[in-house]
Design a protein around this ligand. Structure first.
Ligand code: ADP
Ligand code: MG
Length: 517
């Protein structure tokens, strides 16, 4: 086996990390010399098949080639209807676009290490559901990576934080990235990491702050006689660039000027941090509400929270720090790198999961990590989604959703349902797996359906169906034959939102053969 790395496959930016022979994780530089690689793909071809360009170079060309660029593909993971049509006529699923990014990350890591990278732990937002987690693993598979497991981003951040600070206590991780917001409360005691509650919004991030600022700037520009930039693809891409630039500037300076050109005319909009805070205030309030929800779900108060970790590029906005201080009465921890913490934690996990026994020149072994951390690591995470089954009411017709495993239950989690064969010569058990708390099947997501053959028994023979979230929070359903007292095996769930084996194989070939730059 080659090297196992940790990958933060972000909505906006990605990073790769390994544990060094000292036992300490380190982010690897990409071939441009940067620690983070924008999760941006430009589909370009030169008369032949697509040769996608990934990262900073692609991001820089976003405004020039708005139709050939894919950004924020993570928002579409697990959405089977999403496709990108490239100019060359090819189509790509969200898993394939993510695989293209992963392939570039893998190749860059191999250059940095001078060794083959075969395995990875990939991080996902804590509230990602089964479909999105499965899609992430499939993206890894398409990129020819053996995905050791998917790890929750806040847990990864806490893991990297726990290694070199006096980290013991109850910690709140506030992760505001480019496309998503995630808030998690965990307890750290030595090398034990216990997640207590988690929530998030997969459509709330720096991108939305950019959008809000763009609307404001567009109105100001129109007052100066500029054309409506939101009506024109190229102008909009340019305004987006200016807005993000101004937003970042206002993280360090109190005011800035936004320069904008359209139809050979030049415009200038002065902008203060106060104005920016005002146009984005409703977004900050949404993060505040989610933090309050998680605190409530954890049955804790701010007095119980010892530390607040800020993760994600958007936490550089001074308004975030102010909000956290105002809500918690505490100042956030300073020794967390908001861009690297997640990848560093993923590398620790990858080393613990991988089977490298001894340190090589480049990377450390499981033993080095454990001795660095001061003992074996135990992580206990919680489910972000309730898991259920569709049952039939006593009337024999109406379907309802029965929750089997509630939200915020420790994973791996397992519950059992005793049932009986419904008729003589029944040959199979059929289940519909759901995600969501509500009783009305209309208000929950059907993860998939599955069927398992059973021996032929008389009607009323006892069976036990167990529902399980494994450590990755993917769903496993197993049927136990209580007559013979043995497991009949796990039900292969046909996941409605994910790729089938055949499709996966084809995609592996397609992406594997691609020149990616
Ligand atoms: P993700 O987890 O979604 O991949 P990141 O954690 O890399 O995202 O954060 C990217 C976001 O952080 C972008 O929206 C970017 O504009 C924002 N960001 C980066 N630096 C700053 C800064 N100095 N001030 C404000 N926002 C920033
Ligand atoms: Mg992130």
């Amino acid at each position: 086996m080659g090297i196992a790395v940790g990958i933060d496959l972000g909505t906006t930016n990605s990073a790769v990390s390994v544990v060094r022979p000292t036992g300490k994780p380190e982010v690897l530089k990409n071939k441009e010399g940067d620690s983070i690689t924008p999760s941006v793909v430009l589909f370009q071809s030169f008369g032949g098949p697509d040769e996608p360009l990934v990262g900073e170079q692609a991001k820089r060309q976003a405004a020039a080639f708005p139709d050939d660029i894919v950004q924020h593909v993570k928002r579409y993971m697990g959405d089977p209807s999403w496709r990108f049509d490239s100019s060359s006529g090819a189509q790509y699923s969200a898993e394939e676009v993510s695989a293209i990014i992963l392939k570039r990350l893998k190749e860059d890591a191999e250059i940095a290490l001078g060794e083959e990278v075969t395995d990875a732990v990939i991080t996902v937002p804590a509230y990602f559901d089964d479909a999105r987690r499965t899609a992430t693993k499939q993206a890894g598979q398409i990129a020819a990576l053996n995905v050791l497991r998917v790890l929750n981003e806040p847990t990864a951040a806490a893991l990297s934080y726990g290694i070199d600070a006096d980290a013991n206590g109850t910690v709140l991780v506030y992760d505001l990235g480019g496309g998503t917001f995630d808030v998690t409360i965990l307890k750290i005691a030595g090398t034990e990491f216990e997640v207590i509650a988690t929530d998030g919004d997969r459509n709330l991030g720096g991108f939305d702050f950019d959008n809000a600022l763009m609307s404001y700037l567009n109105e100001e520009l129109k007052k100066q006689g500029a054309p409506d930039a939101l009506e024109d693809v190229a102008l909009m891409a340019s305004l987006r660039e200016k807005a993000e630039f101004a937003k970042k500037a206002l993280s360090t300076v109190p005011k800035t000027n936004v320069q904008f050109s359209a139809n050979d005319q030049h415009y200038r909009v002065p902008l203060t941090r106060e104005e920016f805070n005002e146009v984005t205030q409703s977004l900050m309030v949404r993060t505040q509400e989610l933090v309050a929800d998680v605190l409530e779900a954890s049955k804790l108060t701010w007095d119980d929270i010892d530390k607040v970790l800020l993760v994600g590029g958007s936490t550089r906005m001074p308004a975030v720090r102010e909000l956290v201080e105002q809500m918690s009465g505490k100042s956030p921890e300073l020794d967390v790198n908001p861009d690297e913490a997640v990848a560093l934690g993923a590398a620790i996990q990858a080393t613990l999961e991988g089977d490298i026994e001894v340190s090589t020149e480049q990377v450390g072994s499981k033993a080095t990590v454990e001795s660095f951390l001061g003992g074996p690591v135990h992580i206990s995470d919680v489910t972000s989604q309730a898991l259920g089954v569709i049952l039939i009411e006593a009337d024999g017709v109406t379907e309802f959703n029965q929750v089997m495993i509630e939200r915020n239950t420790k994973v791996p989690a397992k519950t059992e349902l005793k049932t009986k064969t419904a008729y003589d010569r029944q040959t199979a058990v059929h289940v519909k797996v759901t995600q969501g708390d509500e009783r009305d099947p209309q208000n929950v997501t059907i993860v998939g359906e599955g069927q398992l053959e059973i021996p032929v028994y008389p009607k009323g023979s006892p069976l036990r169906v167990s529902y399980e979230y494994d450590v990755d929070q993917t769903v496993v359903v197993e049927v136990h034959d209580l007559t013979a007292n043995k497991s009949l095996g796990t039900i292969k769930i046909e996941r409605v939102a994910n790729l089938g084996e055949g499709e996966l194989g084809e995609m592996e070939q397609k992406i594997g053969g691609m020149q990616i730059n």
